[in-house]
Design a protein around this ligand. Structure first.
Ligand SMILES: Cc1cc2nc3c(=O)[nH]c(=O)nc-3n(C[C@H](O)[C@H](O)[C@H](O)COP(=O)(O)OP(=O)(O)OC[C@H]3O[C@@H](n4cnc5c(N)ncnc54)[C@H](O)[C@@H]3O)c2cc1C
Length: 454
């Protein structure tokens, strides 16, 4: 989603595009070329990670630069870094290349994969695995934070997600000129070129069914649309809890859905400035003083604290057209507990935003308050009410071992025939590459369903 305010263009969601080949494949499937519609530029470095004491780790895909960065923090960890890259590559080849686009709707298939996945350390956590290779606490942070990009707690997320380091190195980290909204516009054009039609502002309130088969959807406005096949891109947990039209889900009962652990929430402050902040890199992680303690507060204690860590995005650093002349466009995102915290965001939102502004002013954006030209924010409550995400979680169910693959809501629904799920809440999980892989899975399971062959 994109919001235009006072001459600033804000992408409300994803900004970091990894595995662009998945988009290229999608365009090629429709006989088109991605670069005709969207210009992706490679980021170098991928991002800067700023520690609370002011040290900066410049994270890139260049092996020599990365060796030098690691050595800057702890020379003794360079060897571990090289070994870590190898294990990341091995995990990537199995968990992403071989398995991310497999449906995992058979327990037998899951059991067949299990020994290999355990050998790769799937039963371990990202932080645990990274700690085998790095002794320096700051480097453990640098190489284990990636699950946060898809809503996972590095302390509990399965070590399969160590694959992200290799995925980024292999395919790069990209930004879509014009913002991620340009990719979305490109996908709309692609879909329309294939005869597809999009109904905007049309909330689905129920999936209709007859004799255990999906037959269409009902919109919140009351209109019913008949369909041979229903593919739900809504949050999987929301689909099973709220869209079953009075026929409660059996495997994904409300009680089971409620028992799952959900990814973190996000507080996202979108703001524009009248002046430029040229010292701010396009993608920056601004870490607070704590790492493990902060993660426990967000994911386990569900406690909001003011020693947050932030991801700061300055798209106008790469594409100045996203801000008015002489200004900059930003968003800053803070991982926070999901709505299980019981937090009243109506009361808390502005106070929290101001605390973030102060942190930015005290660190890398002095004078921010006077430079502001526009400002608005989203809290986990907005994720629940506007995007219909269960518990306001920004990345659906948490990607821990027993909520991944076969344990996640299946792409071919277990609840009724001709209902399929795509998106972050189903296999393989959140993040743009995961979501595109879930769409690829439909291509694989489609031939089983005669309705797809029409
Ligand atoms: C702020 C933010 C930043 C992120 N940054 C990155 C990043 O840089 N890189 C990355 O790879 N990933 C990122 N992610 C994660 C990634 O964006 C998501 O995992 C991905 O967009 C999920 O795709 P999806 O199709 O499952 O859901 P969504 O993108 O949320 O799309 C689902 C859509 O369905 C609509 N919907 C829901 N229920 C209904 C209903 N009943 N009727 C009609 N419509 C409905 C929702 O309103 C929404 O528009 C980010 C996520 C957030 C929130």
């Amino acid at each position: 989603m994109v919001e235009e305010r006072d001459g600033h263009t804000f992408d409300l969601g994803p900004t970091i595009i990894t595995a662009p080949y998945l988009f290229e494949e999608l365009w090629a499937l429709c006989g088109k070329i991605l670069s005709d519609d969207v210009k992706l530029v490679a980021m170098d470095p991928f991002y800067q990670i700023r520690f609370d004491d002011g040290r900066i780790f410049s994270y890139s895909g260049d092996i020599n630069q990365m060796r030098a960065e690691v050595a800057k923090f702890n020379p003794a960890d360079v060897d571990g870094f090289e070994r870590y890259l190898k294990i990341s590559e091995t995990i990537y080849k199995t968990a992403f290349e071989d398995l991310a686009a497999e449906p995992f709707d058979s327990l037998w298939f899951t059991l067949k994969c299990a020994p290999n996945m355990i050998k790769l350390g799937g039963h371990r956590t990202v932080f645990g695995k990274v700690s085998d290779y790095f002794a320096d606490p700051s480097l453990r942070t640098v190489f284990s934070f990636h699950p946060l990009l898809i809503g996972g707690n590095p302390l509990t997320t399965t070590a399969y997600y160590c694959l992200i380091a290799h995925l980024e190195r292999l395919h790069g980290v990209h930004f879509a000129m014009g913002g991620t909204g340009t990719l979305v516009k490109g996908m709309v054009k692609l879909l329309e070129s294939q005869g597809g039609e999009i109904r905007y502002d049309s909330e689905v309130s129920a999936i209709l069914s007859s004799k255990g088969k999906a037959t269409g959807v009902r919109l919140a406005a009351g209109e019913e649309l008949a369909a041979d096949v229903v593919i739900s891109n809504a949050d999987a947990a929301w689909t099973y809890s709220n869209l079953m039209d009075g026929k409660p889900a059996k495997r994904w009962s409300k009680a089971k859905v409620d028992r799952q652990s959900y990814s973190m929430g996000l507080f996202v402050w979108y703001f524009g400035t009248k002046t430029k902040f040229d010292d701010v890199y396009h993608h920056m992680m601004l870490l607070g003083p704590r790492y493990e303690g902060l993660l426990k507060d967000i994911f386990i204690n569900k406690k909001l604290t003011d020693d947050f860590s932030l991801y700061l995005h300055r798209p106008s650093a790469t594409d100045p057209s996203l801000a008015p002349e002489g200004g900059d466009t930003f968003y800053v995102l803070s991982p926070v507990p999901n709505l299980d915290s019981g937090m009243n965001w109506e009361d808390e939102g502005e106070r929290y935003r101001a605390a973030i502004q102060k942190r930015l002013e005290d660190t890398i954006m002095p004078g921010l308050g006077d430079a502001l030209s526009t400002s608005f924010f989203y809290t986990p409550k907005d994720f629940e009410t506007r995007l219909l995400s269960m518990k306001g979680a920004a990345f659906a169910m948490e990607p821990n071992l027993f909520q991944s693959a076969w344990f996640r809501p299946h792409n071919r629904s277990e609840e009724m025939e001709n209902l399929f799920l795509v998106g972050a809440g189903t296999h393989p999980g959140a993040g743009v590459p995961g979501v595109l892989s879930s769409a690829k899975i439909l291509g694989k399971i489609a031939p089983d369903s005669s309705v797809f062959r029409r």
